[in-house]
Design a protein around this ligand. Structure first.
Ligand code: G1P
Length: 289
C-alpha cells in the first residue's frame, strides 16, 4: 500500500509553552532558523509523501503564510540581489501540495484527525505531530510505512521513555516480536506511573487505516474530556492487529521548554555554517558555570 497522504494536526493551543504560544502557533517556534513544522513537513516529503493536510485552528494563520509564496518578499530579495535568500524563500513556497482544514473547537487530537476524513478519502495515511522532531537517516515516518507495508497493518511510532514521565504520553502494552517491533495488546492515554503497563511511549508518528474515522466517531471523550486518538486505537486493536515500532534516530520533544532549547543547540550543531561558533559558545558557557 502506497502512503501518499499525511495529516499534520496543528490546532492545539500549545499551553505547555505559554506565554509565547499566546499569540504564536507552537508549530511556528523556531528551531535554529526554521519553524518546527518545516522539519515535520520535510520528514514527510523525504518519505515520499506528496500531499499534506494541516489541521489548523484559531490563531494559526502564520502557518499558511509560511508555506505560501511571498511575492513582495521575493520581489524585494531579487531587487537587492539577495539570490541565496530568494532561492530559500521560493523553495518553501513550492515544497509540496499543502491543504488546510480548520478545527473550530479544541476538542482533542482525535477530533482533529476526524477533520481529515474527506481529504484522506478512504486511503491509509500518515500522521505526524509537530511536537516531535526526529533526526534520522531514514525518515521516522518512513520507518513506520515500511512496517505498515510488510504487515498490511496500522503502525504507531514509539520510544522508551523514563518511567517518571509516562504520564505525558500514550503508553503501549505489547508483545515484543523483534528488536524494535511490538504487536500492540492495549494502549492507555497518559497513565499514572501505577497504571502504566510499560514505558513504551507513543511519539507523534502513526500510519492509520481509514477505518479509524468510523471508530473515532463512536469513541467517547477521554483524558481531559477530549476525544483521544489513543482511545480510538484501543478500539481498533480489538478489531485488527496494530504494530508499534521503535523509531531509530534522535527525537526532540520541542513541546517542552528543555526539549526546545536542546533541539536548538543540537540541530544548530548539525549545521556546517554554525557548528564551530556554537561549539565555541558552549565551551565559553561551561567555563563560566
Ligand atoms: C499526544 C497523544 C499521546 C502521544 C503524544 C506524543 O499527546 O495524545 O498519546 O504520546 O501526543 O507527542 P499530546 O502531547 O498532544 O498531549
Amino acid at each position: 500500500m502506497k502512503i501518499r497522504k499525511a495529516v499534520i494536526p496543528a490546532a492545539g493551543l500549545g499551553t505547555r509553552m505559554l506565554p509565547i504560544t499566546k499569540s504564536m502557533p507552537k508549530e511556528m517556534l523556531p528551531i535554529v532558523d526554521k519553524p518546527v513544522i518545516h522539519y515535520v513537513v520535510e520528514e514527510a516529503i523525504r518519505a515520499g509523501i506528496d500531499d499534506i493536510l494541516i489541521i489548523t485552528g484559531k490563531g494559526k494563520r502564520a502557518i499558511e503564510d509560511y508555506f505560501d509564496r511571498s511575492f513582495e518578499l521575493e520581489y524585494y530579495l531579487r531587487e537587492k540581489g539577495k539570490l541565496e535568500e530568494l532561492k530559500q524563500v521560493e523553495e518553501i513556497g513550492e515544497m509540496v501540495d499543502i491543504y488546510y482544514v480548520r478545527q473550530k473547537k479544541p476538542l482533542g487530537l482525535g477530533d482533529a484527525i476526524l477533520h481529515a476524513e474527506k481529504h484522506v478519502n478512504g486511503e491509509p495515511f500518515a500522521v505526524l505531530l509537530g511536537d516531535d522532531i526526529i533526526v534520522s537517516e531514514k525518515p521516522g515516518i518512513q520507518q513506520l510505512i515500511e512496517v505498515a507495508n510488510k504487515y498490511s497493518s496500522p503502525v504507531i511510532g514509539v520510544e522508551k521513555v523514563p518511567w517518571e514521565i509516562v504520564n505525558r504520553y500514550g503508553i503501549v502494552d505489547g508483545t515484543q516480536i523483534d528488536n524494535d517491533l511490538y504487536e500492540v495488546r492495549d494502549l492507555i492515554e497518559k497513565p499514572s506511573l501505577e497504571e502504566a503497563p510499560s514505558n513504551i511511549a507513543i511519539i507523534g508518528r502513526y500510519v492509520l487505516p481509514p477505518e479509524i474515522f468510523g471508530i473515532l466517531k463512536k469513541t467517547p471523550p477521554g483524558k481531559g474530556g477530549e476525544l483521544q486518538l489513543t482511545d480510538a486505537l484501543r478500539i481498533l486493536v480489538s478489531e485488527r492487529k496494530i504494530f508499534a515500532k521503535r523509531i531509530s534516530g534522535k527525537r526532540y520533544d520541542v513541546g517542552t521548554r528543555l526539549g526546545f532549547i536542546r533541539a536548538n543547540i543540537e540541530l544548530g550543531l548539525l549545521r556546517q555554517d554554525l557548528k564551530e561558533q556554537i561549539n565555541a559558545l558552549l565551551k565559553e558557557l561551561v567555563r563560566e558555570v
